[in-house]
Design a protein around this ligand. Sequence first.
Ligand code: PEP
Ligand code: MN
Length: 449
Amino acid sequence: MPVQLADDWQPDSWRARPGLQMPRYADAEALAVVQEELRALPPLVTSWEILALKQQIAEAQDGKRFLLQGGECAENFADCTSEVISNRLKVLLQMSLVLVHGLRLPVVRVGRFAGQYAKPRSTDTETRDGVTLPSYRGDMINGPAFTTQDRAPDPRRMVKAHARSALTMNFTRSLIDGGFADLHHPEYWNLGWMGHSPLAAEYQHMVASIGDAVRFMETLSGSEVHNLNRVDFYTSHEALLLPYEEAFTRQVPRQWGWFNLSTHFPWIGMRTAALDGAHVEYFRGIRNPIAVKVGPTVTPDQLMRLIDVLNPHDEPGRLGLIHRMGDREIADKLPPLLDAVKREGRRVLWICDAMHGNTESTSNGYKTRRFERIRNELEQAFDLHAAAGTRLGGVHLELTGEDVTECIGGARELTEVDLGRAYRSAVDPRLNYEQALEIAIAIVRKQGS
Ligand code: PEP
Ligand code: MN
C-alpha cells in the first residue's frame, strides 16, 4: 500500500497559511500555556482504533459496509450529562440496527461527539439592540450568552473541552463495554417515547426479526455468536480550532508519521476547505481517515485538486467526501463531481449530509429544517449515485436523543408553532429521536428492498 510521510509537513506548518474561522486570542501567552498543558495530557483515542476505522472505511468504499455518522451540531459543556450521552447513543444504536437489518450490511458507527465544540459561523459578529459582539463559535472558543465576557475567546476553554470530551468518551466506552450495545438486548436502547410512536410497530418488528436471526445462528453453531454483544463506536468532529488539534497531533511508538489523537475521524468544514488554506495543510499530514464537506459551489476541478492534496497516493480508507448540496441543488451540482471522481478512478467514500443544505428561517424567527427536504435530498442522493455508477456509502446527520422540536415535519408532523416548545440547539436544528429513526427507516425503504 503506497503510504508515506507528507512532504514538508509539520504539525504546525498550517500556521504559514490563511486560517479561516479561528478566533484571534488577545493573550498569546495564555494560548501558549494552554497548548503546553494540552500537549502533556493523555489523548482521547489511540492509533490502533484510528487504523481499525480506516480499514472499516476502506471496506465501506468497497461496498461492504455502510457508514452512519451522526450527533450534535454543537456539543455544549452543560449537556455533558449521563442522560444526554446515553440517549444519543441509544438513538444511534437504534438507527444502526434498522440499517443493518434493512441494508444487510455491517454499519460503521461514527458519532459527532466527544469533541464537537468549535463552530464555523457565517458572520464574525452579531448585533442585538445596537450592541455588536463576536459571534458564538462553540463552547471550546467562547460562550453563548450575549455578554462581552462570554463572547470573548478564551483559550482555557480548550482544556475544559478536552476534559468534557474525555468524560463523554469514557461514559460511552463504559456503556458499550458493559453490554449496553448488545444485539441480544436491543430493549436496553428503548426510549420513553417508543410506546406511543407511529413508528414503534415497524421498529419492534425489525428488533424481533434480528432477535430471531441471532437465535437461529446461535442454534446452528451451538454457541453464542461472536461480536454481537459488543459494537465498535468511533468519534468525529470538525477539526476547526487548529491550536487544539495541533496539541493532540502526536507520534506513537512503533508507528510512522503523525496521528490526530483527539478523535478518530476529523473532518474539514465547507467554509475552511480552501486548497491553500490552513485546514487543508494541517489535514494532509495526519494519518487518520479524514473527510471534507463538499458544498454546491465546488467545481469538479477544485474537488480533484483537493483529493490530490489530501490523498495523493489513493490510500484505501483515507478520504470521505461529505456532500451537502440541499434538496434543490443536488440534482444539478452532484453529478459532475461524481463523474469527475469516477473518471479519474479515485477512491473515496461518498457520504450524504442531508442537513446543511436545507436550513431555513421561519417567520417566527427559528432556524429550522424540513423533514421532507432532508429525506428528499437523501433519496435523490441514492438515485444520483446509482445513475453515475458510484456508491453512496454513508449518511451524515445532526440529531439528538432528546425530545426536541427543532426540525419541522416527520411522523408527528411538527409545525412552525411547535418549534417554540422545545428548541434547545444553540446553533443548527437537529432531528429529534423519532425523526432520526424515521430517516433510518426511509433509507432502508429506499435502498434495502
Ligand atoms: C456542520 O457540520 O455543523 C457544519 C457547519 O457544516 P458545513 O461545514 O457543511 O456547513
Ligand atoms: Mn451544523
